[in-house]
Unconditional design. Structure first.
Length: 385
């Protein structure tokens, strides 16, 4: 199998699997219990918190574990807006992950004013439009750090400056940038930041929210005092331990992964553009996650390409895994102004730690042939594009 959908989820690193297996065999105590086996579980949660904080460039006290990146996004947005009852405006972008976009829609249903700031054809937010959207009544601005579908990296420092000038707080969903590009949460200047375990070769079902000291935030999951009163419910201890191990080893791999994966992605990009006529690159040519490639294969339907690749053991996607089953055209591709027929032909390839030169070779051998065959069957007209 050639797995090129690492933006959807990454494989579990063997070192993480070993850590989790050892923990499951030896520890079962409830971390809220006071006796030794419970205190040991709590100790391992706090150890994991230390590793995650170090990996994201923050203090240990600023990290709160959640059940997913989606939950962390919800906690950030709903928690801040609930804590600021006099602020009835929320600002976000038109290309956010569904975890933010759907939460924004929920706020609208509750009477909040929500402004969706547009992006340009590369997926970069319009800072002038953002400046016009933020007012003294804005409680929170939420703009993702890097887009999950096209990889474009946003100018978060500028977003923070514009928002803070009006007294608004800033949240960024950094699920796709964490582990792929270097940043420190404390240095970004944001007030809240979301990350997720299964995007850095850790287990699914656990995320984390960075909260800058002094940020007003109320819980939206009630029922206990776990996570210092912010997130009720017995902790997913095994998931948190795995997240901690993935975060611990992340710096050990980061530089080597960055160089190797950039080389592999560049080779794949160059090879596809040379071998396949009439393809359109989506996203920013420079300011993007270096391991993400999004292409429109003009004249085709993306599902046909995906299914043909799957028969060859190659896994890619059309975009966000959280909306993969939807028949609607990607809202991200619509937001960057892509023609509907281009959007419907888009395929995303995202590389990760366990991809090899042989993987790229196989894709470059198979994908051009598949595209040529499908175009022949569809009797497409190149002059239309």
């Amino acid at each position: 199998m050639v797995y090129l959908d690492n933006n959807a989820t990454t494989p579990l690193d063997p070192a993480v699997a070993d850590k989790m297996a050892n923990f499951m065999r030896e520890h079962f105590g409830n971390p809220s219990s006071l006796y030794p086996i419970g205190r040991k579980a709590k100790e391992m949660i706090n150890e994991a918190r230390t590793y995650v904080a170090a990996a994201v460039g923050a203090s240990k006290a600023s990290i709160y574990f959640t059940g997913s990146g989606t939950e962390a996004d919800n906690q950030a947005i709903l928690g801040v807006m609930d804590a600021l009852p006099d602020k009835k405006e929320f600002v976000t972008s038109t290309i956010e992950h569904p975890a933010v976009a759907e939460t924004a829609a929920y706020l609208e249903s509750k009477g909040f004013k929500v402004t969706y700031v547009p992006v340009d054809s590369t997926g970069t937010i319009d800072l002038d439009a953002l400046r016009a959207a933020v007012s003294p009544q804005t409680g929170l601005v939420s703009v993702m750090h890097a887009n999950n579908e096209i990889g474009t990296i946003q100018p978060i420092a500028d977003v923070v400056r514009i928002a803070h000038e009006q007294g608004a707080l800033v949240h960024t969903d950094a699920v796709q940038s964490f582990g792929k590009i270097a940043f420190r949460a404390d240095d970004l200047g944001v007030d809240l930041l979301t990350i997720s375990s299964h995007k850095i070769y850790g287990p699914k079902g656990v995320g984390a929210l960075y909260v800058r000291k002094g940020t007003p935030l109320r819980p939206f999951v009630h029922g206990g005092h776990q996570e210092r009163g912010l997130r009720a419910g017995t902790e997913n201890t095994i998931g948190i331990v795995g997240f901690g191990e993935a975060a611990r080893i992340l710096p050990l791999h980061f530089e080597a992964d960055k160089v190797r994966l950039r080389r592999l992605t560049d080779r794949l990009k160059t090879g596809l553009e040379a071998a396949v006529p009439k393809i359109h690159f989506n996203g920013h040519p420079k300011h993007r996650i270096p391991t993400t490639l999004s292409y429109a294969f003009l004249g085709l339907e993306s599902e046909a390409i995906l299914l043909s690749l799957a028969t060859k053991g190659i896994c890619v996607s059309t975009g966000s895994a959280c909306s993969e089953e939807s028949e609607e055209v990607s809202h991200v591709l619509q937001a960057i102004g892509l023609r509907p027929e281009f959007a419907r032909s888009t395929v995303r390839m995202s590389l990760g730690r366990f991809n090899t030169e042989d993987d790229v070779t196989q894709v470059l051998q198979v994908l051009p042939e598949i595209v040529a065959k499908l175009r022949k069957i569809s009797a497409w007209d190149p002059a239309e594009f």
